[in-house]
Design a binder for this molecule. Structure first.
Ligand code: TZP
Ligand code: MG
Length: 228
């Protein structure tokens, strides 16, 4: 891992999901095209791969991300992140506690946490998370055992907990180019604290044209950030 924290642009955060690839679409080709389309951060999320396969996927994905100067995070598996020199990890509420992950990872590691309630966010801030993934904004088939949908208002309530902190936030769950702007505008109008980006799986990964799918989403986030 590198020594200083990488500069992270959370605008368009691709979370991978191999099972969602269209028939015949190669995983690495899809990743490459997504990055060409403007993905700014990547998380490798592997729920079914054995350790060796996960490591291989993470290593090859890292090469592709490095070419685009985009940081790569690993879902849950601190050992994989350490083994292949990821930029950090994303951990869930039932995974390893942040403090333990921090103690194992280099100081440069970016650590993100899934949060479903304002209490989760408060705890993540206290525990020193770099960012929180708030949601699920909408329902989705992508994640098994999905937590209760929080909706736009729920996102806003979680974002409020970040006032006065440096902790960043991305929304996740059912986000598509058709509702992305609503997600960004709706959540900021609830409490006045804006999202830093959107985390997306199926709208990019399941697309036969991931570059185009990413371009659409990246355009929306840029438009939101550049103001009215
Ligand atoms: N965590 C909460 S919802 C979700 C994860 C990993 C899946 C989001 O996938 P999609 O396809 O963008 O709805
Ligand atoms: Mg997890």
């Amino acid at each position: 891992m590198t020594h200083s924290k990488p500069t992270v642009d959370y605008s368009l955060y691709l979370v991978t999901g191999r099972a969602l690839l269209p028939a015949g679409k190669d995983y690495y080709e899809s990743l490459e095209e997504s990055l060409q389309g403007g993905v700014t951060l990547v998380q490798i999320r592997e729920k079914t791969a054995e350790t060796g396969e996960f490591l291989e996927i993470a290593c090859r994905s890292k090469e592709i991300c490095r070419k685009h100067n985009v940081p790569i995070l690993i879902n849950d598996r601190i050992d994989i992140a350490l083994a292949m020199g990821a930029d950090g990890v994303h951990i869930g509420q039932t995974d390893m506690p942040i403090a333990v992950a921090r103690s194992l990872l280099p100081p440069s590691a970016v650590i993100g946490v899934t949060c479903n309630t304002p209490e989760h966010v408060r705890q993540a801030v206290e525990d020193g998370a770099d960012y929180v993934g708030v949601g699920p904004a909408w329902t989705t088939q992508t994640k098994k055992n999905l937590n209760a949908i929080v909706g736009i208002r729920g996102l806003g309530m979680m974002l409020r907990e970040l006032d006065g902190t440096q902790v960043k936030a991305v929304a996740i769950g059912g986000i598509k180019s058709t509702n992305a702007l609503h997600c960004l505008h709706g959540s900021v109008s609830t409490t006045g604290h804006a999202l830093d980006g959107l985390a997306v799986v199926s709208d990019i990964v399941a697309s036969p044209e991931p570059k185009l799918a990413a371009e659409k989403l990246a355009f929306i986030v840029r438009a939101f950030k550049s103001g009215p």
